[in-house]
Design a protein around this ligand. Structure first.
Ligand code: AKG
Ligand code: FE2
Length: 340
């Protein structure tokens, strides 16, 4: 496996890993070890990889994108029947007012889903969904009659994605050669109840703004999760930083490929072996509307997140202090003031 801290070579494409040895029912261990090694080598570079063999069916994904489109096509007033609250918690429901500044707001567009004076500006709208059993991050649903079946479908989709997430977690665990105790510990930290399914819509960019080909839709940031799965439509725009060259590289939309990026929590668990990937969304494809579906997989809020000892022993130094995801998020909210 790649040596921690070794000087990386610049790359121009997001590497791809086939995780089918983890998702297929026979689960051949030798094949899994090969996949884990591939993941270690490629994921170590920039903390991002494309994943094939992930087990999410094309039909289910098509339905998810159709549901997202139908949601965002609803009149603004209807969507606002499930408003994201003013504070950071729960991070659930519909946001359409440019209130989130996870990164600097770099694009402002006229939103025409409103009548007359109510017109607001925004550059994206989103809807956040979590586990029905999470009482802190409780769901904020549209009334059933506004979008019949939305709640049922998204809840099912959430748990389907968690299956893939757990296969990926197994692959990550194997790739780091954790001890059995460490593996069990890291698995136990991910019950799935703190995951977050986000439906995202970036409206079309007005033609007058298109000359600026680097106009941003979502500024560069890392995710706070352990890792994130990202599904996108065919328009592209997602980019990851290649750390060796300092250039952003395209996560080119490809049939059957989901992009997975490491977040701040798994960077810590792996003692920095896997870097939290810096990423952003830029305007591509003549400013056409873009839909994407990130699925954030954080650890449970109150579990202790710390570099695993076997990794620290290999590296000779513990790079991060223990923290819980709840503490970390609170600290981040305070630092970057996402909501004001
Ligand atoms: O829309 C995308 O492709 C990326 C979204 C993202 O990075 C995020 O929501 O954290
Ligand atoms: Fe992100």
């Amino acid at each position: 496996m790649a040596v921690h801290g070794a000087k990386a070579k610049a790359i121009h494409e997001v590497p791809i890993v086939d995780i089918s040895p983890f998702t297929s029912s026979d689960g051949d261990f030798e094949l899994q070890k090969g996949t884990a090694q591939d993941l270690a080598e490629k994921g170590h570079i920039n903390g991002c990889i494309g994943i094939t063999g992930h087990g999410v069916s094309p039909e289910l994904l098509a339905e998810a994108f159709a549901v997202a489109k139908k949601l965002f096509d609803l009149p603004y007033k209807e969507k606002m029947k499930a408003p994201h609250p003013d504070g950071p918690t729960p991070h659930r429901g519909y946001s359409g007012t440019g209130r989130e500044r996870a990164a600097a707001k770099t694009e402002a567009e006229t939103w025409d889903g409103l009548d007359g004076e109510e017109k607001i500006t925004d550059y994206k709208e989103s809807y956040e969904i979590g586990s029905e059993e999470n009482k802190i991050q409780y769901n904020i649903w549209l009334p059933e009659e506004v979008f019949p079946g939305f709640r049922e479908f998204t809840t099912k989709f959430y748990w389907e994605l968690n299956k893939t997430a757990m296969f990926i977690l197994d692959a990550l665990i194997l790739s780091l050669e954790f001890t059995e105790d460490e593996a069990n510990n890291v698995r136990a930290l991910h019950s799935g109840h703190d995951n977050q399914l986000r439906l995202l819509h970036y409206p079309p960019i007005e033609s007058g703004r298109l000359e600026d080909q680097y106009a941003s839709r979502l500024g560069a940031h890392t995710d706070w999760s352990a890792f994130t799965l990202l599904f996108q439509d065919t328009h592209g725009g997602l980019q990851f930083l290649d750390r060796a060259s300092g250039e952003f590289i395209d996560a080119v939309p490809k049939e059957g490929v989901l992009y997975m990026n490491i977040g701040d929590m798994f960077q810590r668990i792996s003692n920095g072996y896997y870097p939290s990937a810096l990423h952003r969304v830029v305007v591509k494809d003549s400013g056409a509307a873009r839909y994407s579906i990130p699925y954030f997989v954080p650890p449970d809020s109150h579990g202790i997140i710390e570099p695993q000892p076997s990794r620290v022993a290999k590296d000779g130094k513990q790079m991060y202090e223990p923290v819980t995801f709840a503490e970390y998020s609170e600290q981040m909210f305070r630092t970057i003031n996402v909501y004001d």
